[in-house]
Design a protein around this ligand. Structure first.
Ligand SMILES: Cc1ncc(COP(=O)(O)O)c(C=O)c1O
Length: 400
């Protein structure tokens, strides 16, 4: 066999063994239609139900009619006045001096780290940080990487001490290496929070920059969903805040929010902005409307939290282990991968859509069904979901 045939044979093996997702035929609110049947949507990160909010689709239609669809490259002929309106609204929402958008939060994380760090600098990262942060660190070429135990400020301080020697050794340009502490705000597989006050305190002590990826905190935590920095009352004390427009805002895109100088530096230098397309008009208009909705009212966030409490209590009453969840992300721990797969398949038969989370998304032996609460659920919807979990648990006997 030639090298190319071997290569394709290897791909084919993987493709044949692959698991393909269900196709959604309609809906993105409390219910989805899959295989022609309505299923309770128990695993979407559209926390506030904005994906099917008519105010967003109306904003999209009006903007598309007025401005068309495509934009371009932000540094050439692609900066539209709607982009600037969106960035201003995001900065107002986050309480930062400025914000810059990208085509996804994956891109925003890449830009946030790659643009400011080089080979000789230092990154200190939580062991459970999202893949996009891990890839961003790789892309930056940083060789001094220190990984601290998940959510553990003592472990973080140990790593800062280890890094101190490197930090005090000047780089080729004569400056000391820069240290960046980076963490998810809400951890997407467990729903727990980063210990941000402790991180900020240590960052000050060790002269480090701080970065938080608040993809699952925006629209969820803090006053009116302002995010994790607001939740902990740390405004102005976290250097780099990355956000996603694809979770609570239910559109697509990502952003970095922070002080004016830093954001303007990103605007000039981030390769993800120089060499990749800007958000389209419909994405920008929908995101702008979503941010405006939250600037005007905290009602959707309040509704979300009522539902979070109801579901968390419901799962506890049924005897399920939901880990350290403090947010709408509720991991129903099952441990074994095969059980998690079977559990999800049986829930599907009960018209509840909740996908299994298995290795490599989580460590081996830590499989789970990740339920995500949404403001779009009624009490009846949540009872339907909880009843299905109770029934399937009885059938599989996972708790006994
Ligand atoms: C913590 C975290 N950061 C970043 C991302 C990437 O977001 P986006 O879909 O906007 O690229 C995700 C998406 O799953 C995430 O969970």
């Amino acid at each position: 066999m030639s090298d190319i045939s071997t290569f394709y044979a290897t791909l084919e093996e993987t493709v044949k063994a692959g698991k393909w997702p269900h196709i959604i035929e309609s809906g993105e609110g409390a219910y989805l239609t899959i295989l022609g049947k309505k299923k309770l949507n128990f695993c979407s990160s559209h926390y506030l139900g904005l994906a099917v909010d008519p105010r967003l689709s109306e904003a999209v239609s009006a903007a598309a009619k007025e401005y068309g669809i495509g934009t371009g490259y932000r540094t050439l002929a692609g900066t539209h006045k709607l982009h600037l309106e969106l960035e201003e609204a995001i900065a107002t929402f986050k309480g930062t001096e400025k914000a810059v958008t990208f085509s996804s939060a994956y891109m925003a994380n890449a830009a946030a780290i790659q643009t400011i760090l080089g080979k000789e600098d230092i990154v200190i990262s939580d062991e459970l940080n999202h893949a996009s942060i891990i890839d961003a660190v790789r892309l930056s070429g940083v060789t001094n990487k220190f990984i601290y135990k998940h959510g553990d400020v003592n472990s973080l301080e140990e790593k800062l001490q280890e890094a101190d020697k490197v930090r005090k050794t000047p780089k080729a340009d004569g400056k000391n290496p820069l240290t960046l502490i980076v963490t998810d705000g809400v951890f997407s597989m467990d729903g727990d929070l980063a210990p941000l006050p402790g991180i900020v305190k240590l960052a000050k002590k060790y002269d480090a920059l701080t970065m938080v990826d608040d993809a699952h905190g925006e629209g969820v935590l803090g006053k009116g969903g302002r995010g994790i920095v607001n939740h902990f009352g740390l405004e102005g004390q976290v250097d780099i805040e990355v956000g996603s427009l694809s979770k609570a805002f239910s559109v697509m895109g990502g952003f970095i929010a922070g002080n004016k100088t830093l954001i303007e530096y990103y605007m000039l230098k981030a390769r993800q902005r120089l060499f990749s397309i800007a958000l389209t008009i419909p994405d920008t208009a929908a995101s702008l409307k979503a941010v405006q909705i939250l600037l005007e009212s905290d009602a959707p966030v309040k509704k979300l939290w009522d539902n979070v409490k109801y579901l968390q209590e419901g799962f506890k009453k049924l005897g399920f282990d939901t880990g350290n969840s403090q947010t709408p992300i509720i991991p129903v721990m099952l441990g074994d991968e095969e059980i998690a797969r079977q559990f999800s398949a049986k829930l599907f038969e009960e018209d509840v859509f909740a996908t299994p989370i298995i290795f490599p998304m989580v460590a081996q032996g830590k499989a789970r069904i990740r339920v995500i609460a949404s403001a779009s659920f009624s009490k009846e919807d949540m009872d339907k979901g909880l009843k299905a979990f109770e029934k399937v648990e009885k059938e599989l006997g996972v708790l006994h």
